[in-house]
Design a protein around this ligand. Structure first.
Ligand code: TLP
Length: 345
């Protein structure tokens, strides 16, 4: 039987036997009553890790961003976010639907926002204009290839936000990839934001869950929004146990995913008809453009046992993760070489 290498996303990871054991043994209670000791522990550990007062366990990154955006704003406010941000493109219109806010988009340069551009886009509320209430940043930046926003940029943006009375939310779905790639702590990034969310269900290998961190007052209000969205869970300590396991065991190993991404990029850099967006991917994502259309390219790859995502007509994404090893990377290199050569003819 052919072994399948699935590089569509780092969301596809399955819990390991050790993680499942931690889940099976978790103490649980009704979290809507704050009675789940494992969720309480995950929230305390997460808040401590990010240097925030409090944290909230939520079912997904999408829900975490929507709770943050809704809790930070009033209907009719404007939020500033990258036109390529996950909240803009992949959350089914949530800022408009859930928070009733306007989105003003900026164009980041390869995922990195330009502080002068952000400053120039801030609106002040008056008789005519909506006020800009919130700046949403994404680190690492998915659509730009897992790019890490430098801490110096976060600091500059934080200063601008303070100056103009704006709140800052970081969509840190892959914050720990940024931490491992840059050597900068999660706390240092989080110090440049009012709220930060990180996902447990991506490179950290959990089946479910994200954590939203912020001030105690903010998290109190966020909890009500979570309830409103149907995200109040009951004996979900079995899921939080996976999160605690991941925070202890799966952060440092993200370096392996980053090394695998670099090896994979190097292995396909010279394939005919394949143009890497970045020859040295900074974290765990590889994007490449194809001279042929992307859909036959991924279809040919799938026939050979490697699954990739087609994210634009000629763009393909490969994401390395816990469930792909060096052998899977070598197989992917040969498959891209074979398909690239075939379709270049
Ligand atoms: N991203 C998924 C897809 O939705 C595109 C992926 O495979 O990369 N923020 C960022 C930056 C994300 O990349 C994602 C998931 C989310 C938020 C949402 O997380 P979930 O899937 O838990 O709702």
């Amino acid at each position: 039987m052919q072994t399948i290498v699935d590089l569509r996303s780092d969301t596809i990871t399955r819990p390991t036997p050790e993680m499942r054991r931690a889940m099976a043994e978790a103490e649980v209670g009704d979290d809507v009553y704050d009675d789940d000791p494992t969720i309480n522990r995950l929230q305390e550990v997460s808040a401590e890790l990010l240097g925030k007062e409090a944290a909230l366990f939520v079912p997904s990154g999408t829900m975490s961003n929507s709770i943050a955006i809704k809790t930070h704003t009033n209907p009719g406010d404007e939020i500033l976010l990258d036109g390529e941000a996950h909240s803009m493109l992949y959350e089914a219109g949530l800022p408009a639907v859930v928070a009733a806010v306007l989105t003003r988009q900026f164009r980041a340069n390869k995922g990195i926002p330009d502080p002068d551009d952000i400053r120039s886009k801030i609106h002040f509320e008056d008789l005519h204009s909506p006020g800009t209430a919130l700046l949403v940043l994404e680190n690492t930046h998915n659509r730009s290839g897992g790019v890490v926003i430098p801490l110096s940029v976060h600091k500059e943006l934080w200063d601008i936000a303070q100056e103009h009375g704006l709140k800052v939310h970081i969509d840190g779905a892959r914050l720990f990839n940024a931490v491992v790639a840059s050597g900068i702590s999660a706390r240092e990034y989080a110090a440049c934001a009012d709220t930060v969310t990180f996902c447990l269900s991506k490179g950290l290998g959990c089946p479910v869950g994200s954590v939203l961190c912020g001030s105690r007052e903010f998290i109190g209000r966020a909890k009500r929004v979570r309830k409103m969205l149907g995200g109040g869970m009951r004996q979900a300590g079995i899921l939080a146990a996976a999160g605690l396991y991941a925070l202890e065991h799966n952060i440092e190993r993200l370096a392996d995913d980053h090394a695998n991404a670099k090896r994979l990029a190097a292995g396909i850099a010279d394939v005919p008809g394949v143009h890497l967006v970045d020859n040295a991917p900074p974290t765990n994502m590889i994007y490449f453009d194809t001279t042929a259309l992307g859909s036959p390219f991924v279809a040919e790859m799938a026939k050979r046992g490697v699954i990739a995502s087609n994210t634009a007509p000629r763009r393909i994404r490969l994401v390395t993760h816990l469930d792909v090893d060096a052998e899977g990377i070598e197989k992917t290199i040969s498959v891209v070489q074979e398909v690239g050569t075939l379709l270049a003819q």
